[in-house]
Design a protein around this ligand. Structure first.
Ligand code: ADP
Ligand code: MG
Length: 405
């Protein structure tokens, strides 16, 4: 992998840096947006500082959220430019378009060490287009701004997108410091993982994450399952799950995983108790029930599981405490609502207390541990990329990295 050093002296060169500045935003009653977790902005600073010290002129590009290929104010990167300026301690310009005359003018005005952030890449349909020509055309417009390209958005390296893949082919390009640091850590979770090795999976993107299980069964000692994917596992074992998240079309796959795990002596730990709610709401009535009797709650078949119960969380914590390596992706429950955050909190605390090497991957998982009051330093590493880290662990080839080899 080509690193920053391969680009040679960058003084007075214009360097385009693809960051992942996709941070969670909250909007108050007056429409004022605040960044609720700036972890990804902080993670991008190392490369930017180094480029500034080298005298480069820096053009930052990123996406935020999932706008549909056209400008959509709620996904503007403007608040990110302001926070970036605070953290860097220097002005960060902002242009409210990605490519066009205003963007060209702003780039042309950069002096050595200056930083400008362009508007959300996904306001342009070319960024995520499946049509290669459309992607390449957009990448060429971006490439025209710079002399070199640095790929530092680890959260998107698994995407074959214009600013990740095509752009890297058009300019001298290299991985930034965040990408190389992330890869160093993830490599410790593959062949080199110290045992016992446990992986905790949760969150809501069930079918996305089921794929990683097939691969992990070959490498881990224990797989702990929480979050939304629990219910597909419980249903696969023949239990009714009420109105909980369920992917019916994955039931056979999950049965296959359970069988393979048994054959290979890999322990799959499922929750034994579940917090079931009357509705998907912060103030919904809720009860703790046995995981095999979800519909036995007061809410019957209408009840939905929104967190793992205390007994399960304690059991998960015990496994984590006796592991030498732990990778965690995906909250155990709907942690954004206080009533359903306990499972995630207990698991997070266990990670901070174990002597083992711990890695937290996933945008929401990282946001969850910070929202619950844990510090980044309490963990071995907090990855900025959920999907990217999972695909790496699955052994898939990541287009955004392949292009830098
Ligand atoms: P990450 O970004 O860390 O990879 P995901 O995006 O897969 O994680 O999932 C995060 C989301 O999963 C959170 O918003 C959380 O509310 C939700 N979630 C967790 N458990 C459940 C559940 N039982 N039912 C519905 N949503 C859940
Ligand atoms: Mg997420």
């Amino acid at each position: 992998m080509r690193t920053l050093d391969s680009l040679g002296p960058l003084g007075s060169k214009t360097v385009i840096v693809r960051c992942d500045l996709n941070v969670p935003l909250a909007t108050d009653a007056n429409g004022v947006k605040t960044i609720t977790d700036d972890g990804r902005i902080r993670a991008s600073l190392t490369t930017i500082r180094e480029l500034r010290e080298a005298g480069a002129r820096i053009v930052l590009i990123s996406h935020l959220g999932r706008p549909k290929g056209e400008p959509d104010e709620q996904y503007s990167l403007r608040p990110v430019a302001a926070r970036m300026a605070d953290l860097l301690g220097t002005a960060v310009g902002f242009v409210d378009e990605t490519v066009g005359e205003a963007a060209s003018a702003a780039v042309a005005e950069l002096a050595d060490g200056d930083v400008v952030l362009l508007e959300n890449l996904r306001f342009n349909p070319g960024e995520t287009s499946k049509d290669e020509a459309e992607r390449q055309a957009f990448a060429a417009q971006l490439a025209a701004f710079g002399d070199a390209f640095v790929s530092d958005g680890f959260g998107v390296v698994h995407r074959k997108q214009a600013s990740v893949y095509d752009l890297a082919k058009l300019l001298p390009s290299a991985a930034g410091r965040l990408v190389t640091a992330e890869l160093e850590v993830l490599e410790r979770l593959t062949e080199k993982a110290e045992r016992p090795y446990s992986v905790v999976l949760g969150g809501s993107k069930v079918s996305d994450k089921l794929g990683v299980i097939a691969h992990l069964i070959e490498r881990v000692d224990t797989l702990l399952i929480g979050g939304g994917m629990v219910f597909t596992f419980l249903a696969a074992q023949g239990h009714a799950v009420g109105a909980s998240l369920l992917e019916e079309d994955q039931l056979d796959t999950v049965r296959g995983y359970l069988k393979t795990a048994t054959e290979r002596g890999v322990r799959i730990v499922l929750p034994t108790d579940i917090v079931v709610a009357e509705a998907f709401a912060a103030d919904a009535a809720h009860e703790i029930v046995r995981a095999d009797a979800i519909e036995a709650s007061t809410f019957g078949a209408a009840g939905l599981g929104l967190d793992i119960g205390p007994e399960s969380a304690a059991a998960f914590a015990e496994v984590i405490g006796s592991s030498a390596t732990v990778f965690w992706n995906g909250p155990m429950g709907v942690f954004e609502m206080a009533a359903f955050a306990d499972g995630t909190r207990t698991v997070a605390r266990a990670l901070t207390e174990t002597a083992g090497f711990t890695v937290v991957g996933g945008g929401d998982s990282a946001a969850a541990v910070r929202a619950l009051g844990f510090a980044d330093e309490d963990f071995g590493h907090i990855s900025t990329g959920g999907g990217a880290s999972l695909e790496f662990l699955e052994g898939k080839s990541l287009p955004g990295l392949e292009v830098l080899v």
